[in-house]
Design a protein around this ligand. Sequence first.
Ligand SMILES: Nc1ncnc2c1ncn2[C@@H]1O[C@H](COP(=O)(O)OP(=O)(O)OP(=O)(O)O)[C@@H](O)[C@H]1O
Length: 733
Amino acid sequence: MSKIPKPSFLKKPTESLPGNARLPLTDLMNVPMELDYHGKRVASPELVNAALLNRTKLRRSRSATDLSRPNFHRAKFVPNLETIAAAKKDLLATAVPAVPKFNNHQVRELQRPGTLRKSLSTSDLRMKPGTSGVGNSNSSTQFKRQLSTVTTATTVIPTKATKIAGGTSATGKVFGTTVKSGAAAMRKPLAPSAIGKSKVQGGLAAARNVSANSSVNSNKSSVSSGGAGKKVAVKRIPPYDYKARFNDLLEKHQVLKDKLESLRQINSDLESLPQKYDDCLNELNKLKREHQQLQEDHRTASMENDDLKLKNVSLSSNLKETEAELQSLKRQYTEADSERRQLRELLKTLQETTAQQEQRIAFLQEDNEKKGEMLFKANLERKDLHNAVMDLRGNIRVFCRVRPPLPSEEDRLECAWKYLDESSLEIGATDGSNKRMEFSFDHVFHSRTPQEDIFDNVAPLIQSALDGYNVCIFAYGQTGSGKTYTMDGVSTSLGVIPRTVDLIFDSVEQYKRLGWEYELRVTFLEIYNEILYDLLDSSGTTKELEIRMANAKNKTEVYVSNIIEETVHTKSQLRQLMQIASSNRATAATAGNERSSRSHAVTKIKLLGTHQEKGELSAGSVNLVDLAGSESPKTSTRMDETKNINRSLSELSNVILALVQKNEHIPYRNSKLTHLLMPSLGGNSKTLMFVNVAPFQDCFNETVKSLRFASQVNSCKLQKARKNKVLNSSSAF
Ligand SMILES: Nc1ncnc2c1ncn2[C@@H]1O[C@H](COP(=O)(O)OP(=O)(O)OP(=O)(O)O)[C@@H](O)[C@H]1O
């Protein structure tokens, strides 16, 4: 630390230099231009702008008293260290290039007045007093200036307080910048005492090179070199020792030169700082924008991340389910694969078996064809034989059936019935008259004969119908003798007609195996009071039905006009039609039987068979007739009905008797019944008549009458039945 006395108080040395010795002022003239502008002293580098001030000020400023002036260190460049510290940090972070080191030649170049002046004027431009005040609107410019100032300070002067006291005698300038730890320290002026005891601590070259002996009058001053850490002993130079003082001044001059050189370098660096600052600002703005963009991207990415997390959770759940399902499917696949292998082996076995079977089938087919041919021929032979048997039995046969008494009829007296054999019976009166009569028929059925046995004897006739013959089955007898029971039966015990239907359809199915296809057509007709009624016509509109001759050549062939003919394919369909016909049938209560029908019911089933392979056709028919009961006029309350019924029955008897007697004229047309049954009675037909009789004594006369009529019919020998000749299916009926 040097304590420099004010020049004004310096006493002129009493001793002059020896001889003509002169002070070596040449070195003093070698001071830089900044220090001696045009041969005059100038202010410190920070106050270069003040160079514009007059010399008076400059002289005053270099006086030691100026150092104690409160505003010596003008505050207009005092930086905001907090702001600048941050900026500095950024700048340091942006790798400020190191301060270049200059060689002697470069130093001399820089020392040239033009160069230095140029540098100073650049610095001046950046430090115009008008733009340097605190609170100026151009904060950017202010900041740059502050930054420049502080950078200078921080670069030149160590961070710890550095006090430089410049001797006025040497340079006429004082660098008294003190930096402690903030702007306040910067703004605080140096006190004279502080100047006298100033410590210049380490830092860069300027501070390091300030020698302790630069202080002329200081007693305890010391200079510590921060970089080297050396302490220089303070010399005391007596005021009269001009030589020593001169040397001291030379040293100071050298120090100041070094400092100037350093400051030049720093100044050069500082000149590039605004540009770097602008670059930094641009970079900063760019980074801010990028930062905002990144924040926006971050928010978007966060939202996407949240969505992805949710999706991830959902997908994880799905994945677990899928994995479980996959495991299940794998198990199923394994099982299925195992099953597939087994099936493949089985298939292979089956294929081998199939090949064997195909060979077997081919053989069997060939055999079947042969046997089919044989069967077809055998069937034809069977038909012929069957027909021959039927012919032997007679084309018209009579079955006698005696009905049992009903539970409600236990009190009624029965006749004396004696069944001689299968075809003969004897009836005796039980009224004491001892009347006995014996009758023979094709078959006699006693009162306990079940319906099945009855039909077993009817079935061959149905077979003949399928073989192409006309078959007529009718029941004749007194009212209440069991005709309807025999023909229709009851639900628990079916009669001839429903059993015939079953047999026909069963036979049709069997005939299919032989190559025959059958078509069935049915009509339901009622003759009541000699009028024909269509039992399938439920409309109530009574169409006039007439019996007409089918073929002029064959006068025994007749048909009924306007009658509804239904084609049936199943049993149930035919049964349904039978139900309709039954409900439409006119019935009336009589004294003899509440359910006694007062009309003749004729069910006709046409059977048309076709053998496509052989080109054979077959057309047969079955007429199933439930005749009205023969009723005694004495017991009848409906005389007209009874007369008509009895007349038709008597006409039936007359026709049969005429046939028995082989009369030329057969009175078929005397009644609707005989006219309708003409093909079945006298033509190409096989006829079966049931004669039903009641077992009671009070019916003895009517029973004997029926038995005698039946006996006459039984003795009737119809001409040999001929098979229907069918040219084609349309001419079959
Ligand atoms: N073989 C039989 N076994 C049991 N019951 C019978 C037998 N034959 C007839 N019957 C019963 O006798 C009653 C009279 O029979 P059915 O109605 O068949 O007489 P019908 O001759 O048809 O009378 P109608 O001429 O008045 O029609 C009925 O109740 C019937 O069930």
